[in-house]
Write a protein that binds this ligand. Structure first.
Ligand SMILES: Nc1nc2c(ncn2[C@@H]2O[C@H](COP(=O)(O)OP(=O)(O)OP(=O)(O)O)[C@@H](O)[C@H]2O)c(=O)[nH]1
Ligand SMILES: [Mg+2]
Length: 479
């Protein structure tokens, strides 16, 4: 029985066949600047160009022109850049009018384009057209918005890696390996007598294993990228007076929270955003947890619990002088109340008073019995929030725990959509691995097909129209 080749599902209704009406937008940010750009894209812009500058333009040559309104009066002087289809960003005719960057002059120029048949572009519409004409795949198109919105230098580099297609190439390579494996399998299904032989020859299990490993590595890079995008919430918890606010101030390098020798100083949560090695972190200082009759403090503690719910990582602070287990009853109760899956670091503060050296201990020590509870591996850091000594060790441990010790550099700036696709593919490959046997070959083939579909959705081969609308509507106008 002949099976549908994979290519059949490609290039479906998503891809554009007919020419679309010209669109126009101011591409530079609103406000005043030396230069402002109006960009127009459409099937054939020759009439529009002649209407504005009264002449034809050679492609890819910056030409000095006067922009004119319907009566022939000058609107502005500037440069025109014309890109003839298909050699342009969108794959259509594109013209850029580089005028002076004033709000009114830009608006006049835009209105003139509309008079000549263009309509105002929707958010992301230029990039959407670039995708529809095959100039960019979906992951690349998404990264256009990511480069623009990236908040840190590391994030820009990660987004640029997707823009240049590194992420898509990796997804494609994985997909190709899957296609090859599917071909083997489908052939086996077509010639059932040779089942066992082919399975052995094709070394199906080994191939599948290699694909799964590669997918795992890609997922790890994408997860690191997702961290760059979304950041992490780190909550500081502990008994009153152990030095939580002092540590917050050290980490954010300013006096964000009030520090006093009085227990119960912090009554509300205090949040600050910082960046460690390019990862955006929100540090949340909280009211010390203990039994209290004070109403204000009770409210504060309720907020502490809410902050714990939202956190990706907890820093549990104890006084290093209390390293003796019996003194930590308060803290043990706190640790027991944390969600078991919440990663944590136990910070032993006030090393100076405990005559302890700042250091890190990663493996469960005697201390862990109560503190770490049922959590598999716990990390302890000894430091001095007052002097700042050892805070760098803590920063290193935070990065290690979130999985970005040294490797943010290779991250892909992934979106939830990409992570979801990779995880879906992983689940199907896991099922496939469980069904490598002649009797379950049909099932095996089906799981491979589903994994293949999931991977293909990353670059947009099978992406439905409503999802496209959703993705591009988040762009700003003019992109
Ligand atoms: N010697 C020493 N004192 C410290 C250290 N860290 C904090 N302190 C002092 O401990 C006291 C309490 O510090 P805070 O940072 O306010 O403690 P907290 O945990 O925020 O306290 P609450 O807000 O009341 O829960 C202050 O007097 C700090 O100066 C340290 O490493 N060494
Ligand atoms: Mg405090």
């Amino acid at each position: 029985m002949a099976r549908e080749p994979d290519a059949d599902a490609r290039g479906g209704s998503d891809r554009r066949e007919a020419t679309l009406a010209p669109i126009a937008a101011i591409a530079t940010p609103p406000g005043r600047g030396g230069i402002g750009i109006v960009r127009v894209s459409g099937g054939d812009l020759r009439a529009l160009i002649e209407g504005i500058v009264g002449r034809r333009l050679a492609p890819r040559v910056a030409t000095r022109v006067t922009f004119r309104d319907a009566r022939g009066d000058a609107i502005d002087e500037g440069l025109a850049l014309y890109f003839a289809a298909p050699h342009s960003y969108t794959g259509e005719d594109v013209v850029e009018w580089h005028g002076h960057g004033g709000v009114a002059v830009m608006r006049l120029l835009l209105e003139r384009c509309v008079e000549l048949g263009a309509r105002l572009a929707e958010p992301g519409e230029f990039t959407k057209r670039a995708f529809l004409s095959g100039k960019l795949d979906l992951a690349q198109a998404e990264s256009v918005a990511d480069v623009i919105e990236a908040a840190t230098a590391t994030a820009v580099r990660a987004a640029a890696r997707s823009l240049t297609g590194e992420f898509s190439r990796e997804a494609d390579a994985l997909r190709d390996a899957l296609v090859e494996l599917r071909m083997y399998t489908e052939a086996t299904l077509d010639f059932p007598d040779e089942d066992v032989e082919l399975l052995r020859e094709g070394d199906v299990a080994a191939r599948l294993g290699a694909i799964r490993e590669r997918l795992e590595a890609m997922l790890a890079r994408a997860r690191r990228g997702a961290l760059l995008r979304a950041g992490l919430s780190v909550v500081l918890v502990g008994a009153p007076n152990v030095g939580k606010s002092s540590l917050l101030n050290r980490l954010v390098r300013e006096d964000a929270a009030i520090v006093t020798p009085i227990a119960g100083t912090t009554r509300d949560t205090v949040e600050r955003d910082i960046e460690i090695a390019g990862i955006p972190l929100t540090i949340v200082d909280t009211a010390g947890l203990h039994d209290t009759g004070d109403e204000v403090e009770r409210h504060g503690i309720a907020r502490t619990l809410a902050a714990i719910e939202r956190a990706d990582l907890a820093l549990i602070m104890v006084d290093a002088r209390d390293d003796d287990p019996p003194a930590r009853a308060d803290c043990d109760a706190l640790v027991a109340a944390l969600p078991p899956s919440l990663p944590r670091i136990i910070v032993h503060n006030k090393c100076d008073l405990a005559f302890a050296a700042v250091h890190v201990a990663r493996h469960p020590a005697v201390l862990d019995a109560g503190l770490a509870g049922h959590h598999a591996e716990s990390t302890h850091v000894w430091l001095c929030a007052l002097s700042g000594e050892g805070v760098d060790l803590l920063e290193g441990e935070i990065l290690r725990i979130v999985g970005v010790e040294h490797a943010v550099e290779d991250a892909f700036f992934a979106r939830e959509r990409h992570l979801h696709a990779l995880r879906t593919a992983r689940a199907h490959l896991e099922h496939a691995a469980l069904s490598i046997a002649p009797a379950t070959l049909e099932l095996f083939a089906e799981e491979l097909r589903l994994a293949h579909d999931a991977l293909a959705s990353i670059t947009g081969e099978f992406t439905p129209d409503d999802l496209l609308g959703e993705i591009f509507s988040r762009f700003c106008i003019g992109k």
